[in-house]
Design a protein around this ligand. Structure first.
Ligand code: NAD
Length: 433
């Protein structure tokens, strides 16, 4: 099939490459010239495991091309919209200007039988509004909403082998087109839910709201554990054995971040309020508040570890990305902690295997070093805030020889406290005994 992908960021670049890998002829379009230049040269403009390989093979095969000109979409019959839907600057709502611009840019190039497929995460009601615009334009094209569930760090696998496909469609023809696009995944038994626009849009935000709630639930338990001297990790293990609860996403720590969960729960709350149902998801405000409190908790622990003031003290911050295996620093708890400690006068030295460039662009006031050893050297306290394997596997004895003071805050609960304490470290976890 001939496919266009409009918006080639974390979602779109992977989607375009994966579609080409599946044998479709793909044109990736973005307004960012730098990004398109890099992608056309076979170089991902961001870090995502597995992407360089499929991008290179797809561009070499001739199945994948890139352009900054939306007119290049004219040759395709299926048009994925994968542009950003960030939080609005002045409210909790999603900013839909990029989605609207992409659709309006596409309209003059549509023809009868074309299918526009929304992949961006949008507030419920968006697809219906956009479908009306498409119908009014009169090209004979139609619209579907097909939310994306990929996880950064696993995006290539998640796109090629999704755990489910959700089609929000107005008619069976649109579902048939999507079946052709996803024939490979469907042939291996991937579950597919064919539904209306509103349900498809809600599935995505409901999934993210659930995941965020699960994380904040265990972080709330961490807060209580901290008061009574209980251990939230043992608590999570114990409740996680109940199959109705499950152990996944029950890891207490510095909380969630990234370009999706935080802004998606806020946009959901704002949309529910617009619909007169704010009370139905009012708990998401608590989920958000608990999450943000965990960042403050790490800062408080650092202040405690340094006898009441971080001012002028060297703090090693391990990790700036919102999670490992990504270079994404959007709403990253790790970077937020580093910035706030710096704001309190600490001499913060941050490191990360992939995120330094993005972090520096946003927060040039921080000092960044490439090597973990350089970050640890002479640190008076060490704060682990992104659970990269490199940090999980740190050797407490060797690290202890580098720092000025053997004091560590495990903001992700990934280290073994007994091992670190045995090596002479003052060790503090999140909600841990
Ligand atoms: P991103 O910021 O990395 O990418 C968005 C891209 O769209 C940018 O490259 C931008 O230049 C481009 N763009 C903006 N306006 C455009 C226009 N008019 N025409 C062409 N390109 C345009 O964002 P992302 O992380 O890829 O997220 C995109 C959407 O996918 C969001 O709605 C997000 O919530 C959703 N999503 C993201 C993920 C994820 O893990 N990143 C997962 C599922 C869903």
């Amino acid at each position: 099939m001939r496919v266009s992908v409009i918006g080639c960021g974390y979602l779109g670049a992977v989607h375009a490459s994966a579609m080409a890998e599946l044998g479709h002829e793909v044109i990736g379009i973005d307004v960012d010239e730098r990004k398109i230049e890099a992608l056309a040269a076979g170089q991902p403009p961001f870090f995502e495991p597995g992407l360089p390989e499929i991008l290179t093979s797809a561009t070499a095969s001739g199945n994948l091309e890139f352009s900054t000109d939306i007119a290049a979409a004219a040759s395709a019959t299926v048009h994925f919209i994968a542009v950003g839907t960030p939080q609005a600057k002045d409210s909790a709502s999603a900013d839909l200007t990029y989605v609207d611009a992409a659709l309006h840019g596409l309209l003059p190039h549509l023809k009868a039988g074309d299918l526009i497929v929304g992949k961006s995460t949008v507030p419920v009601g968006t697809a219906e509004r956009l479908a009306a615009i498409v119908a009014e334009h009169g090209s004979g094209a139609t619209l579907a909403w097909n939310p994306e569930f990929l996880r950064e760090g696993f995006a290539v696998k998640d796109t090629l082998e999704p755990d489910r496909l959700v089609y929000g469609v107005a008619d069976q023809t649109a579902a048939d087109v999507l079946d052709e696009v996803y024939a490979q995944a469907l042939s291996t038994g991937t579950p597919r839910i064919i539904t209306d626009y509103a349900t498809a849009e809600l599935v995505k935000v409901a999934a993210n709201a659930f995941l965020a709630t699960k994380i904040s639930f265990i972080n709330a338990m961490a807060e209580i554990s901290e008061v009574v001297g209980a251990d939230v990790k043992e608590l999570a293990d114990a409740i996680g054995h109940d199959v109705r609860i499950g152990r996944k996403f029950l890891n207490a720590g510095v909380g969630f971040g990234g370009g999706c969960l935080p802004k998606d729960i806020r946009a959901f709350t704002a949309r529910a309020e617009e619909l007169g149902r704010g009370e139905s998801v009012a708990f998401l405000k608590q989920v958000d508040a608990i999450n943000l409190r965990r960042r403050q908790r790490v800062i408080d622990l650092a202040v405690d570890a340094l006898d009441g003031s971080v001012n002028g003290k060297k703090i090693a911050v391990l990790g700036v990305t919102f999670k490992p295996e990504s270079d994404d620093v959007r709403d990253s708890p790790a970077l937020d902690v580093a910035v706030q400690l710096k704001g309190l006068g600490a001499n913060v030295v941050a490191t990360d295997p992939q995120g330094i460039e993005n972090a520096r662009r946003r927060h040039p006031q921080l000092e960044y070093v490439e090597s973990t050893d350089d970050a640890l050297r002479d640190a008076q306290v060490t704060v682990l805030v992104t659970e990269w394997a490199e940090y999980r596997n740190l050797d407490p004895a060797r690290s202890g020889d580098l720092v000025a003071s053997r004091s560590i805050i495990d903001g992700r609960n990934v280290l073994n406290p007994a091992e670190w304490r045995a090596a002479g470290w003052a060790f503090v976890g999140m909600g841990r005994r």
